[in-house]
Design a protein around this ligand. Structure first.
Ligand code: ATR
Length: 290
């Protein structure tokens, strides 16, 4: 175990609430594995204290912070500079406190998403995808799919206007992916949906109070070649994934994405490259929720 001493560097998470977060366990495990002199803590911050918390962290020499719900968008405004991806997603989940005092914001959610597809054998290039949701999580997913060269992405959301706005915003990103939007109640026909390769749940339906719900029930056609991905990692599997698995589809839960976006943040802060497969197999066990 790495001992905390006067030169221990501090990393952490800000959000509200943070009590159920798996990030401290995840990061401190990796820190221990690499024998690095870092420590990762979670801080619950009230909205009115957000700017003061970031400024205080800077003044204390904190090295990096992750940002979680509900501050990924608010924090964006506090940054001196942001990465191209954070700019496109309009959200920051990784703050780097640079040596010159500048605050740099990055987003590792989309990379975690793409990498979790990759380690589970799905390559989105040239594929037809359907993303449920149009909030911050869906935005990172859509950006990732566009960057990976998906053939098309349909964004389906309860509030159709939000899906339309999201598509309009990302349409200008210069990539070739065909983007469309729809309300949840106006999805394409079953025979059309049978042609899709990937279905992603990026809504909150399936967790918390909505644990018994699924944003969409796959139809009765064969979905043997289709992949269903849920960003939710608790419960695992969600109803969305259970139903799809029962119909013979391949399913991927949100835990790998959580782990891989965390690895990516840690790499940005420490410049250390981790053995992704080893980290995944260890952390899947350590963080298993249910
Ligand atoms: P996040 O940052 O996690 O994406 P968010 O921005 O609050 O969170 O977005 C939540 C997403 O879940 C939205 O797409 C929301 O749909 P609306 O835009 O119509 O609100 C979706 N969502 C939440 N509850 C839902 C429900 N009961 N049925 C369908 N979609 C729901």
């Amino acid at each position: 175990m790495v001992e905390i001493d006067a030169s221990t560097k501090l990393l952490g998470l800000i959000g509200n609430p943070v009590g159920g977060s798996l990030s401290p366990k995840l990061h401190n495990h990796l820190i221990q594995q690499m024998g690095m002199n870092y420590c990762y803590l979670a801080f619950s911050v009230e909205r009115e204290d957000l700017a003061a918390a970031i400024e205080g962290a800077r003044a204390l020499g904190v090295n990096g912070l992750n940002v979680t719900i509900p501050y990924k968008v608010d924090v964006f405004r506090e940054m001196d500079g942001v990465s191209e991806s954070a700019e496109a997603i309009s959200a920051v989940n990784t703050i780097v406190f640079k040596e010159d005092g500048e605050l740099y914001g990055d987003n590792t959610d989309w990379r975690g998403f793409l990498k979790s597809l990759e380690v589970n054998g799905f390559h989105p290039g040239g594929k037809r995808c359907l993303v449920f949701g149009a909030g911050g999580a869906a935005r990172a997913v859509l950006y990732g799919l566009v960057r990976a060269g998906a053939e098309s992405v349909l964004v389906a959301n309860r509030t159709a206007s939000k899906a339309r706005e999201l598509v309009e915003e990302l349409e200008g990103s210069g990539e070739d992916t065909e983007l469309n939007s729809a309300g949840l109640s106006r999805l394409p026909s079953r025979s059309k949906l049978a042609e899709y390769d990937l279905f992603v749940n990026a809504t909150s339906v399936g967790s918390g109070e909505l644990t018994r719900e699924s944003v969409w029930e796959p139809g009765f056609y064969s979905c043997g070649d289709q992949v269903f991905f849920d960003l939710i990692y608790n419960p695992d599997p969600t109803k969305f994934l259970r139903t799809a698995a029962n119909r013979g589809a391949k399913t991927i839960g949100g835990l790998d994405m959580l782990i891989l976006q965390g690895l990516e943040s840690l790499r940005i802060w420490t410049d250390v490259e981790f053995d992704r497969r080893k980290a995944l197999s260890e952390l899947r066990e350590i963080l298993e929720v249910c």
